[in-house]
Design a binder for this molecule. Structure first.
Ligand SMILES: [Zn+2]
Length: 207
């Protein structure tokens, strides 16, 4: 079964980035970022790169696979830090200082020249120069995390009601009653997981 790229349902770029890892609450998480190329494609969807920039990064990474792998590792580390910080707010608990340190390290290196662009989920900051380094997309993601943590009301930052899903989102509904990441999408992923469990003959946890 082919699993399509993750939807942009977080109402903040950094939350959509966190949601590139799904089923966090299970022993079988699924990572949509399996290669540096996946990271480039997701960044293109998010508006952080235009087509020419994405093409250039794909080409450059093909020539320097090791560097691409290093950036993918840094992206995953940043993703877990943002997840730790936003989930701690969503749960009303204190955050881990290590997560803050990871985010601050990326923010400290962020180049200043930037402009606006539009991606699948709306407007985002992006670097206004052509990408020079393979990690160019990490900076707007880190800035989105900073802005979200500063601006979001804690009651609006939520985790999906399915404990296995683990997706996070900003609830922008008037009544602040949103509970699910996306009914259809969560349902599809539960279906994919059942298929996986069946294929691997593992007993499904009863709920
Ligand atoms: Zn969900």
């Amino acid at each position: 079964m082919r699993i399509d790229g993750p939807k942009f349902i977080g109402n903040a770029l950094c939350l959509d980035f966190v949601n590139t890892l799904t089923w966090r609450g299970t022993r079988w998480p699924h990572d949509y970022l399996r290669s540096y190329g996946d990271l480039v494609d997701w960044s293109r969807r998010g508006g952080l790169l235009d087509e020419a920039e994405a093409g250039e990064l794909h080409k450059r990474a093909a020539k320097d696979r090791r560097r691409g792998d290093v950036v993918l590792g840094a992206a995953r580390e940043l993703r877990e830090a943002i997840h730790g910080l936003t989930a701690s707010v969503a749960r009303g608990k204190g955050h881990a200082s290590g997560d803050m340190a990871v985010l601050n390290r990326v923010l400290a290196k962020a180049p200043r020249r930037r402009g606006l662009a539009k991606g699948e989920a709306g407007f985002v900051w992006k670097l206004s120069e052509r990408p020079r380094t393979l990690d160019v997309m990490l900076f707007p993601i880190a800035e989105s995390a900073g802005e979200t943590l500063i601006a979001a009301e804690s009651a609006r930052l939520k985790s999906c009601a399915s404990p296995e899903c683990g997706w996070v989102f900003l609830d922008t509904t008037r009544g602040n009653r949103r509970r699910w990441c996306d009914m259809a999408d969560c349902g599809n992923r539960v279906k994919a997981r059942r298929h996986y469990l069946k294929a691997h003959a593992l007993p499904e946890k009863r709920r």
